[in-house]
Design a protein around this ligand. Structure first.
Ligand code: SAH
Length: 478
């Protein structure tokens, strides 16, 4: 059994999760996970602040979307999981540990890929770095260290700006401390933003990284109820009698949505305090998200889909940020008009996360103390996450940049020369230290864990000329 403290625990459930391709069964609200606590010695956990907020909102206006549930739990300005400075969040004391925290080699190889892209783009005279969701700032610190070390002699002052998109004030404090030494050394400006929208355009070559960012973004859960129609599955109160018309579901759910006579609960004893409910009518989310990708059209009735329009929008924003010149057309006289060329100076990016090149329908999960718990358990105090649909991100960016991959993290690291870097790094180390470095690298490449569950998607501003097949030249290591 793999220790959950070994790496970010929240990816462990991935391999056992069904993707939509295989989840054709109608969603059923299994009452079995509603635990009833009979005595005070076995009392359910106290109502959390976030839980109270959501229960009140449901009382006032009916079930809430999964997007609202997730966003309130993670990002409520004072009580959200990432917002509350009381939560240690990362590392062995927290609920998970991430790749950049496991080994410095991870960030170093990301930096090498960035520099290779910069060189292929003709070594522009200025670069800037952008990170979405920098956590403890470890990845950015490793990237900045490598870029400044490798370019210090030939191109001093090459790195002009660092932009960090981070909503958590508590994590910003940690990032400020982590990056302080580099601000002095490199003289580059470091800015924090609440959203990607606030990053200005720039003629600099932009290098973007988003590691374990997209999995934390809100999603909507929808279910196909017949050949054409989708309905939203929302979060209802488990304390509400199930015959409440606002929360009652239509077929195919209603048959399973009955509470045995006499069992309806003493509100104090019901736990978790939320349940899923299929909306009887179309909602804005069921209409709007079902059309986000043509891949959803042919799914079988009963299929469940976790769709994140926020992820789609942010991926598009990222691509716009690179704002490259358009690719040279295969046919000469269809040249893109000059006026369509955005002002930014081109660039490259990596999105690294767990997930796959497909949609998922049942990957939403929660983590507490390195263990999987029910998604409705202790709202606001557990990490919540879903698998990333990389195909959706590619579709979102498609006409703005070239996207590459996704590759498994293992393939990416191997092709980027992880073994060469590890053997250099261990040359002068004690046996004990050497073993720690090698073990950490192996953990990142584990074919039964992080190495395959995590994927790497690259994207670059359009470069080169299209071949006879209409494709732009491939970008190493994809
Ligand atoms: N990249 C880091 C941390 C991953 S955890 C690592 O791999 O170690 C997710 C990070 O994204 C946290 O820093 C969290 O505060 C941030 N975050 C989550 N949702 C966000 C949003 N909508 N906008 C900006 N930052 C967000």
């Amino acid at each position: 059994m793999l220790s959950f403290t070994a790496f970010r625990a929240r990816n462990r459930a991935v391999s056992s999760l069904r993707s939509i391709a295989t989840s054709a069964k109608p969603y059923r609200t299994t009452r079995s996970f509603l635990r009833h606590y009979a005595s005070t010695t076995n009392a359910p956990p106290p109502v959390t602040k976030v839980e109270k907020l959501i229960l009140d909102s449901i009382k006032a206006t009916g079930p809430v979307s999964f997007a609202t549930y997730m966003q309130t739990c993670l990002a409520h300005p004072t009580h959200g999981y990432y917002m509350d400075p009381e939560h240690p969040v990362f590392g062995s004391r927290g609920d998970f540990i991430t790749s950049p925290e496991i080994s410095q080699v991870f960030g170093e190889l990301v930096a090498i890929w960035f520099l290779a892209q910069w060189q292929s783009a003709g070594s522009p005279s200025a670069i800037r770095l952008v990170e979405l969701g920098p956590g403890r700032g470890t990845l950015m610190a490793d990237v900045v260290r490598v870029i400044t070390n490798l370019t210090a002699k030939l191109k001093p002052g090459l790195l002009k700006e660092i932009h960090l998109v981070e909503t958590s004030k508590a994590l910003r404090e940690i990032q400020i401390e982590k990056l302080a030494p580099f601000r002095g050394q490199t003289g580059c400006a470091v800015e924090w933003h609440d959203d990607l929208d606030y990053i200005p355009s720039s003629p600099a070559f932009t290098m973007v990284v988003a590691h374990e960012f997209f999995d934390a973004l809100p999603f909507y859960l929808i279910q196909k109820i017949n050949d054409k129609e989708w309905r939203e599955v929302r979060v209802a109160s488990a304390l509400t009698p199930l015959k409440d018309p606002r929360t009652e579901s239509t077929e195919p759910l209603s048959t399973t949505e009955t509470v045995p006579q006499g069992e309806h609960p003493d509100p104090e004893s019901v736990y978790p305090r939320f349940r899923r409910a299929l909306s009887p009518d179309p909602t804005a989310a069921s209409i709007g998200t079902a059309v986000l990708s043509p891949r959803y059209e042919n799914l079988a009735p009963g299929s469940l889909l976790e769709v994140s329009p926020t992820s789609y929008y942010k991926a598009r924003q990222l691509a716009t940020l690179l704002g490259s010149s358009k690719p040279k057309p295969a046919i000469e006289n269809t040249q893109t008009p000059e006026s369509n060329v955005p002002p930014n100076g081109g660039g490259c990016g990596l999105i690294i996360d767990y997930g796959d090149d497909k949609a998922f329908g049942n990957s939403f999960r929660a983590f507490k103390d390195h263990k999987i718990v029910d998604v409705f358990e202790r709202p606001g105090q557990c990490d919540l996450t879903t698998n990333v649909d990389f195909a959706l991100l590619r579709e979102a960016m498609g006409d703005l940049v070239s996207s590459h991959g996704p590759l498994t993290q293992r393939e990416f690291l191997i092709r980027m020369g992880i073994s060469f870097r590890v053997s250099n790094l261990t040359k002068t180390q004690s046996e004990e230290r050497k073993k720690a470095i090698v073990d950490a690298a192996e953990r990142l490449m584990d074919p039964t864990g992080m190495g395959t569950e995590y994927k790497v998607l690259g994207f670059t501003s359009f470069r080169g000329e299209r071949g006879e097949d209409g494709k732009l030249p491939p970008v190493y290591p994809f």
